[in-house]
Design a protein around this ligand. Structure first.
Ligand code: SF4
Length: 605
């Protein structure tokens, strides 16, 4: 037991070393492996798993420039060039004097303020080439990052006009929801959450009340509530806004969950990209402790003991999957486990654990506050309440929107000021591509079809007919693109993302996504043919069906739906029956692999 408990400190220890030395060297590895009683090989496997741990000096000032598709819509290329010119290094390197390191990273949760970068985890937003050069010179002058960074605006763009229909974005009185627990048993709370039909707002939509009930029914001396604040889905940033604006609401939601299931400890697993929010959250926890709304016998309720701590992630999209997140907290590689047990049976440290998204937990005190009846009167029958959507891309008003479930997609596009919308990446890279045939569908969980049906359509007309009354359920990411954008380049960004983020355990996910990415290269370069299109379809379904976790199961959704709805984009690139011989026509005698990749990448710039 001691051994396991000690391992829970491993990621923290690695953070401390990374912060002090800017990388983790061989001596550190030998020492930590010895202290934690694990092999050096295993430890190296853990360190290499996370994007933000380095084996080489990453510079006194480490710049992570967001290279995701929305950043590229804005000033990514000119900002990258400005940083490279100013620092005299190429992306992925550290300056000779070890002052600066320059790295690219995927979505950092600032899609409403792109192009954005983190420098030593301080956010810098709306970057231009000029601003990038100014930032570097200010750092060289010795100005502190804290004084020159751009703490992100909350950027709440819209909430329902009727105050009674607002769940999240309205004043919150700390302790109001907790007070009500004096008159409610844990079972009453679970019943209320079940009746509210609240479901996992991170995108999985598992019924929250059912999850809590399972956890409550598993007797144990210790249970945990974990808030999944690893908001890594590209294009999503609504949890960032909640964490920044309403951390108290989240803590209260966690305490109510603890009361309901009988857990005494809560953790907020905060993605490293949101490290700048940690102080804000810690301060809110302190406020709760000072008000005696955390700790022992909260509000005098017998056996209601609960505390909350923040656990820092270290950069891994797959840790948004609950079993991977738990593995990460236990000091292992954040790899999803097989579903032999669910976390509510054996979760963190083998104890029953509830893992809920930030938005889900924030909804709970509000349901208590406004009452079940009022809550059920908002939204649609299957999806009562409101939903937070993070909007970015080709629109005049990017930001976070609180909408009542049931709004028509067409109305939402008008609300955000979408400019000539052509394709929407709905629900992030794990979601799907929407086109004008979807514009009259509503954003809700009504009349949903099974995944098998949804991703099997081959004929766009049949799709449009069968899906017309089917709701669109989103975890929160909404990226809109107009006609001038290259769909194939966007899909390249999607497939590359999954290549980088696959944990590698399942062969179909690890190699399949890599091969799909190469197929996209081939098509983009004009070498694709019909056989490639068929293979993309076939492999996409294999990856979907044979992957262990949600990452693999959803990684090809965008590709499949783009091929269905935008066939012309592929047809124009695969018209010629190619005499492609598998070598991209590049003379291998003079080109090494890196050069080939650079040439391919330059076609997307
Ligand atoms: Fe890892 Fe991909 Fe398998 Fe998920 S599907 S466990 S990310 S290899």
């Amino acid at each position: 037991n001691n051994h396991i408990t000690q391992r829970t400190n491993l990621v923290n220890v690695l953070w401390d070393i990374q912060k002090k030395r800017r990388f983790i060297n061989k001596d550190d590895i030998a020492k930590i492996a010895n202290e934690f009683d694990i092999s050096k090989t295993e430890l190296e496997g853990i360190i290499s798993f996370y994007h933000f741990f380095h084996f080489k000096d990453a510079g006194k000032y480490t710049i992570y420039l967001n290279c995701s598709t929305i950043s590229k819509l804005h000033n990514y290329h000119e900002v990258k060039k400005a940083f490279e010119d100013e620092l005299g290094i190429k992306m992925g390197n550290t300056t000779k004097d070890k002052m600066f390191g320059l790295f690219k990273t995927s979505c950092i949760g600032l899609s409403d303020q792109e192009t954005a970068a983190l420098i030593n985890y301080y956010p810098f937003t709306n970057l231009t080439a000029e601003k990038a050069r100014t930032v570097v010179s200010k750092i060289r002058e010795g100005q502190s990052l804290q004084s020159i960074c751009d703490f992100p605006k909350d950027n709440i763009q819209y909430k329902p006009k009727d105050e009674k229909k607002t769940i999240f974005f309205k004043p919150f009185k700390m302790g109001e929801g907790l007070e009500q627990l004096k008159d409610l048993s844990p079972e009453d709370v679970i019943k209320m959450v079940e009746d509210s039909k609240l479901s996992g707002r991170g995108g999985a939509f598992f019924p929250t009340g059912v999850k809590w009930k399972f956890c409550r029914n598993n007797a144990s001396d210790q249970k945990y509530i974990i808030c999944n604040a690893d908001e890594g889905e590209p294009g999503t940033f609504k949890d960032r806004v909640l964490l920044n604006t309403y951390p108290e609401l989240l803590i209260e939601g966690m305490a109510i969950a603890g009361y309901a299931v009988g857990a005494t400890e809560g953790y907020i697993y905060l993605r490293a990209e949101y490290k700048y929010l940690k102080d804000r959250i810690d301060n809110a926890i302190e406020k709760f402790k000072n008000a005696k709304l955390l700790g022992k016998e909260i509000l005098g309720i017998e056996n209601f003991n609960f505390n909350v701590k923040v656990f820092m992630g270290a950069g891994a999209y797959v840790c948004g999957e609950e079993t991977a997140l738990i593995a990460s907290m236990e000091g292992k590689r954040g790899e999803p486990t097989t579903k032999e047990y669910f976390p509510v049976e054996k979760g963190y440290l083998g104890k029953p654990t509830v893992v809920n998204n930030v938005e889900t937990l924030c909804a709970v005190p509000r349901i208590l506050e406004i009452g079940l009846k009022n809550y059920l009167s908002i939204g649609t029958e299957s999806t009562p309440g409101t939903k937070l959507l993070s909007v970015s891309g080709d629109c005049t008003k990017p930001g976070v929107y609180e909408i009542e479930w049931g709004m028509k997609l067409r109305d939402f596009l008008s609300l955000i000021g979408a400019k000539d919308p052509h394709m929407i990446l709905f629900n992030g890279f794990a979601g799907e591509c929407l086109s004008m045939v979807d514009f009259d569908r509503e954003i809700s969980g009504e009349n949903l079809l099974s995944e098998q049906i949804q991703f099997q359509f081959k004929d766009p007309i049949e799709y449009a007919y069968k899906m017309s009354g089917v709701g669109l359920r989103s975890g929160g990411s909404f990226m809109v693109f107009n006609k001038s954008r290259s769909i194939i380049s966007i899909l390249k960004n999607v497939t590359d993302f999954f290549v980088a983020e696959s944990c590698g355990i399942c062969v179909p996910c690890r190699t399949g996504n890599f091969l799909l990415s190469r197929k996209i290269d081939k098509i983009k370069l004009g070498h694709g043919n019909k056989a490639d299109m068929e293979e993309i379809q076939e492999w996409s379904h294999i990856i979907k069906q044979s992957s262990r976790c949600g990452l693999g199961k959803t990684s090809t959704n965008c590709l499949l739906t783009a091929m269905l709805k935008f066939p012309e984009e592929f047809e124009k690139l695969t018209q010629n029956e190619s005499n492609f011989n598998g070598s991209f026509n590049i003379n291998k005698a003079t080109h090494n692999y890196d050069t080939i990749i650079q040439e391919i990448e330059s076609t997307y710039d």
